[in-house]
Design a protein. Structure first.
Length: 295
């Protein structure tokens, strides 16, 4: 299959492969299962290959990169990377782990296949490949969706169809970008689950989000516990209204406190007189003996 024919399978906004597995399509090209023109195959200087500017994945497992680098030192690179011509050098389409590992292994050149993709295809490929591999953390995935919506003008529903998800799923992912940066970092570090952050989004104040998130991490709170905390913050329990004290009872209360020199509470049905020890009690009892005469 000629280069243009192989690219056509991915062309026109990738419409030819939506609903299929883009990861397998790219791997077929790289592994030689899909024929490409010999002129498209070449060795490229690793220093001339620039990352895909639309790559949503920002974090890589350094341990796995080093393992791959060790393998490359022994056996070389069998599977070529996919690149497209750039203003200076080339932009990477697929094979970032191989490229990073090759640099780690000290290689100067790496096998590559030259493809002819436009910016829209580059963006869609970068996102779809990672989503289908489940390589992205939740924040990276959300950022990728936001870029597709802003750059390519997709609606949430159109994007959902393209990535094989529900519109509700896309909407929930995009809501993650409303989280404060500190909380987003907790998500990336897998300290908070999607359930936790969905509950946190119920708070309007970013400072409160950060405080509740920190407490959830420190106390290992369940999603239900965080939901309860958020609910209590948003709907504080109303304190029961205290009825104003009857003026007459208040006057009686003051007279008794003056007479007994101790704290006295008077309500509609009770009189409470505080005392401190037996001597104080005896003092009050003596006073109570003459209370009727003096009041």
């Amino acid at each position: 299959m000629a280069k243009k024919e192989s690219a056509a399978r991915l062309g026109k906004g990738l419409s030819a492969i939506f609903g299929e597995d883009v990861t397998n399509v790219l791997e077929d090209i790289q592994q030689g299962k899909t024929e490409v023109h010999e002129d498209s195959k070449f060795e490229v200087d690793v220093k001339d290959v620039h990352p895909n500017p639309y790559q949503p994945r920002k974090t890589f497992d350094e341990g796995k990169i080093k393992e791959l680098a060790d393998s490359i030192r022994l056996h070389g690179v069998f599977t070529p990377i996919l690149v497209k011509k750039a203003v200076k050098g080339y932009e990477l389409i697929a094979g970032e782990r191989r490229l990073r590992a090759s640099k780690e292994a000290g290689l100067k050149k790496i096998p590559a296949i030259l493809m002819d993709f436009d910016d829209q295809q580059m963006m869609e490929i970068a996102l779809l490949e990672n989503v289908q591999r489940e390589d992205l953390n939740a924040i990276e995935e959300a950022v990728g969706y936001e870029k597709l919506i802003k750059k390519l003008g997709y609606t949430q529903e159109e994007l959902a169809k393209r990535i094989g998800k529900s519109r509700e799923y896309v909407a929930n992912m995009l809501r993650l970008l409303k989280l404060p940066p500190v909380v987003q970092t907790h998500v990336v570090n897998q300290e908070l689950s999607m359930g936790h952050v969905r509950a946190l989004l119920g708070l309007k104040d970013e400072k409160l989000m950060e405080e509740v998130a920190q407490k959830a991490i420190q106390l290992h709170l369940s999603v239900r516990a965080v939901e309860t905390m958020v609910k209590n913050i948003n709907e504080p329990k109303e304190k029961p209204e205290t009825k104003p004290k009857d003026i007459h009872l208040g006057q009686v209360e003051k007279r008794l406190q003056t007479r007994f020199q101790t704290k006295v509470k008077v309500d509609a049905k009770h009189i409470s007189i505080a005392y401190n020890g037996n001597d104080d009690l005896n003092r009050l009892l003596e006073l109570l003996g003459g209370l009727d005469e003096e009041l």
